[in-house]
Write a protein that binds this ligand. Structure first.
Ligand code: DPP
Ligand code: ZN
Length: 845
């Protein structure tokens, strides 16, 4: 397959002023008639006329009304064209019904829908399918369906047809079409500019109608927030969201017609957990925020993906922080970043936030582009301050509205608005790998010296790394736990740099990387007592939590390596936090959450050891039991205190209480035989409580009756059944995991055509670290078998799931050999997709 390079970018040869599309919908014989107004691009370096097109049957083509016969290849067509503006017309036939890749126009449960990002539009019609070609779209849809939707505003409709017009020029990846038997949950919003906007969430009639209210509230809150915080108003008369069951991603920000994986929009108290509600609120906000950061200002090419994604993730993180509390949100984001992005950055799939090359762009919708991309925005804001950030963003919207922009454009607005030189900072976009910052300190005569050393390890294709510009937020505490130097930003720009704090009465305790001020690994050797001190006293909530986290990680490390008994400082520190009623329950729940087994494995790798997932599993189990025993007297009291009375609401305060109550329940279950969990299961009137109780039971090898009852109760609800599938794999014992997963694939409700269901089983298989890495290799084989089958249907999801193997080099030779064999088997599959081929090749290195 062909590799595409950032450095090879050239402007499009022809620009498009307007597009008129007519769709005649039919399951296997949909006709698409396109009428495209082209003009030569004065900036172009070539006059070659090439239109992307894949899996299309060309019926006819014409230029300025005269029939032509283009040269057609499997990837597009070329044709002789005039040197002046011209109209290109074509008619093609496509088959949505048999499109199992869920890219382009496809069908999901009788509904027509589209997914065009990144390069799906070329499976709908011949077109310059690249984001720097922006055009005004008019769409006519003909089909015997009650609801026919496209982008923009409705123009006219009748029996079996509808017309839509989108006045905002847009790239083809933002095109969308939906046709189906749908019902809407309707509402409205008046913008700060006085525009009345009709809002709809469309679902299939039936159960789902009752699951739209929360998403609608989140949409209105997002619209208001973007006006209040960024001064950005919505710009059409209608905003539609459609819920689709079969969808590769979370959701898609098509102009005026967002299409959502139903799991990312539908929620009710009975069927969705607190975590689901929070995720839905964040995804609705994310897709809505794209209207400005992504749609009004889009990306010049796909290498610039982080321009829209990093910024939009940063914006949705700010939004969630404002809605639900910044401390807990920052901790949640750091947990995700360390677990997934650091893992990616430290392995064979490491790539810069702005990659320099790709084979299949779908493989670069990654935690690095999204979450590390968002961290870069956060660092920029820390470096230029809130006012500087606001000025820069205002300038960005002013200067680039309507553009297909680049990271250089983005950084330039910060330089122009604030006068800062961001040359070194720009390395964050170009250099892969997680920087390590090592801390040493000294105290002498009232002066405290902090020496920071940075090192970014080699990554594929990047053996040498330059020093980065890293904002390190630091505060100092005295021995009584009082803050003597409030948070300040140290700008680390050299490989080694010393920062001095003068005039101190005694040696302080340093709290470093407050608020997780940069996405780096902090190497700060501290004693358990020092960590316990920060856990008790740090005024920065993130670092307070992180001190407990580091303490837990050290304890686990010692247990795995030397079978060492955990330090009493650990239990005392946990107990103090747990019992401190002044602390937010959500925060206490986070402190009580141990690092994941995969985190422990990575920590061992960082310390130069070969992790044994089985031993790590045993250490985690043993530590959980010891925590439960140490806190035995406190747990029932906290559990009772955290009871939420009255009808369920998904607000942050009640969710925080349930989070702490359910952490406590999991611990109690280790010593009460599941008595309390069984009681909670029996009484639960919402999914959060029901699922937590079931998980607590399964984790101690109980709950089989509840599992059966759960299936009977929920077999009609796809999204809840995804939980039922996933939880069994998550909670299976290591030796049993592959069997449990295999058995579930034989269940009549298992289907690999639905990405949610496939991920429920196989995402959980990856997450169950000891089960996935069971030394028999049974899980590796099972996953490989299913990925080989799935690749023939859905390359995008296969390529995503094959990353489960990306840590193979961490492990012992037995596991390495077995993982390599599984990967080799996938690689050797005849006609393996380009998506999966690229990923397997990179993973094998
Ligand atoms: N652009 C989508 C999102 O991140 C993913 N395709 O919202
Ligand atoms: Zn996005």
């Amino acid at each position: 397959p062909q590799t595409i390079y950032l450095k090879d970018y050239t402007p499009p040869a022809y620009l498009v002023d307007s597009v008129h599309l007519t769709f005649k919908l039919a399951p296997t014989t949909t006709r698409v008639i396109a009428r495209i107004a082209f003009r030569p691009n004065p900036q172009a370096q070539s006059r070659e006329f090439f239109l992307h097109g894949e899996q299309l049957r060309l019926i006819s083509a014409a230029i300025d009304g005269q029939p032509v016969t283009p040269d057609v290849t499997p990837t597009g067509l070329t044709c002789a064209v005039p040197n002046t503006p011209f109209i290109f017309e074509s008619e093609v036939e496509i088959s949505p019904q048999t499109n199992t890749a869920l890219e382009g126009l496809y069908m999901s449960n009788g509904m027509y829908c589209t997914q065009c990002e990144a390069e799906g539009f070329r499976k709908i019609t011949y077109y310059p399918d690249r984001p720097d070609v922006m055009a005004v779209f008019t769409v006519r849809i003909e089909g015997d369906l009650p609801v026919l939707l496209s982008n923009g505003n409705p123009v006219a409709k009748g029996e079996g047809w509808a017309e839509w017009h989108d006045p905002w020029p847009k790239p083809a990846y933002l095109f969308a079409l939906v046709g189906g038997n749908l019902v809407n949950h309707a509402d409205s919003f008046t913008t700060m500019e006085g525009r009345d906007v009709a809002l709809n969430i469309w679902v299939r009639p039936g159960d789902d109608e009752h699951k739209c209210a929360f998403g609608m509230g989140a949409l209105k809150a997002s619209m208001k927030w973007d006006e209040d915080v960024y001064g950005r108003a919505y710009d059409l008369d209608i905003f539609n969201i459609v819920a689709v069951d079969d969808f590769n991603m979370g959701a898609m920000e098509n102009k005026g017609l967002n299409i959502f994986n139903s799991s990312a929009v539908l929620a009710s108290a009975e069927t969705a957990t607190d975590a689901n509600f929070e995720r839905i609120e964040a995804i609705i906000a994310h897709e809505y925020f794209h209207n400005w950061t992504g749609n009004r200002i889009t990306c010049r090419d796909w290498f610039q993906l982080c321009l829209k994604e990093g910024l939009t993730v940063f914006r949705d993180q700010q939004f969630t922080g404002d809605m639900r509390g910044h401390a807990a949100k920052r901790i949640d984001d750091a947990v995700v970043l360390r677990a997934h992005q650091f893992r990616e950055d430290g392995g064979p799939l490491a790539h810069p936030v702005r990659p320099a090359s790709f084979v299949e762009i779908n493989n670069f919708y990654t935690v690095t582009v999204y979450e590390k991309g968002a961290e870069i925005i956060g660092m920029l804001k820390r470096l230029v301050g809130d006012d500087g950030y606001k000025k820069a963003l205002d300038l960005y919207f002013d200067r680039h509205d309507g553009d297909a922009a680049t990271i250089e454009d983005w950084l330039r607005v910060f330089e122009d608005a604030t006068g800062r030189d961001l040359t070194q900072f720009a390395l964050w976009y170009a250099q892969a790998g997680t920087p390590r910052v090592t801390v040493t300190d000294a105290f002498d005569n009232g002066n405290y010296q902090l020496t920071l050393t940075q090192m970014t390890p080699p990554t594929p294709g990047q053996p040498e790394k330059a020093a980065m510009h890293i904002p390190v937020a630091v505060g100092l505490l005295d021995n009584a736990g009082k803050e003597i130097v409030p948070t300040r930003i140290l700008e680390l720009t050299e490989p080694v740099q010393t920062f001095t704090f003068e005039g101190l009465a005694g040696k302080p305790v340093a709290s470093i990387l407050r608020g997780f001020s940069a996405p780096v690994i902090l190497d700060h050797t501290q004693t358990n007592a020092q960590r316990a001190f920060l856990l008790a006293h740090d005024t920065d909530p993130f670092n307070r939590w992180d001190a407990g986290r580091a303490l837990a990680q050290d304890v686990l490390h010692d247990m795995v390596r030397d079978d060492k008994v955990p330090d009493a400082a650990f239990f005392d520190g946990l107990a103090a936090v747990l019992r401190d009623d002044r602390l937010d329950p959500a925060f206490r729940a986070l402190v009580l959450g141990l690092p994941s087994q995969d985190d422990t494995a990575q920590a061992l790798v960082d310390a130069g050891q070969t992790p044994d997932p089985t031993a790590i599993f045993q250490a985690h189990e043993a530590l959980g039991l010891q925590i439960a025993q140490h806190l035995q007297d406190t747990l029932p009291r906290i559990y009772a205190q955290m009871a939420v009375t009255g009808p369920y609401t998904p607000d942050a305060k009640s969710a925080g209480k349930r989070a702490l109550g359910n952490r406590v329940l999991a611990l109690m279950s280790k010593i009460d035989g599941g008595r309390q969990a069984a009681a909670q299961y029996a009484e639960a009137d919402n999914m959060t409580q029901q699922l937590a109780a079931l998980g607590a039971l399964l984790n101690i090898g109980k709950g089989l009756d509840e599992l059966t009852a759960f299936e009977t109760q929920w077999q009609h609800d796809r999204l809840v059944m995804d939980k039922w599938f996933g939880l069994q794999v998550t909670c299976a014992g290591p030796e049993n995991t592959a069997n449990v997963a295999a058995r579930l694939t034989a269940h009549p409700a298992f289907t690999m055509k639905n990405p949610n269901r496939f991920r429920a089983v196989f995402g959980a298989l990856k997450a169950n670290a000891a089960g996935f890495h069971d030394p028999s290799g049974a899980s590796y084989d099972l996953l490989a078998d299913w990925l080989i089958k799935l690749d023939a249907l859905n390359p995008q999801t296969t390529a995503r799931m094959v990353t489960s193997f990306d840590t193979w080099k961490r492990y012992d030779t037995n596991r390495q050999d077995k993982m390599r064999a599984a990967l080799g088997r996938i690689a050797g599959t005849p006609s393996l997709s380009r998506d999966t081929t690229e990923m397997v090749t990179r993973i094998l290195g």
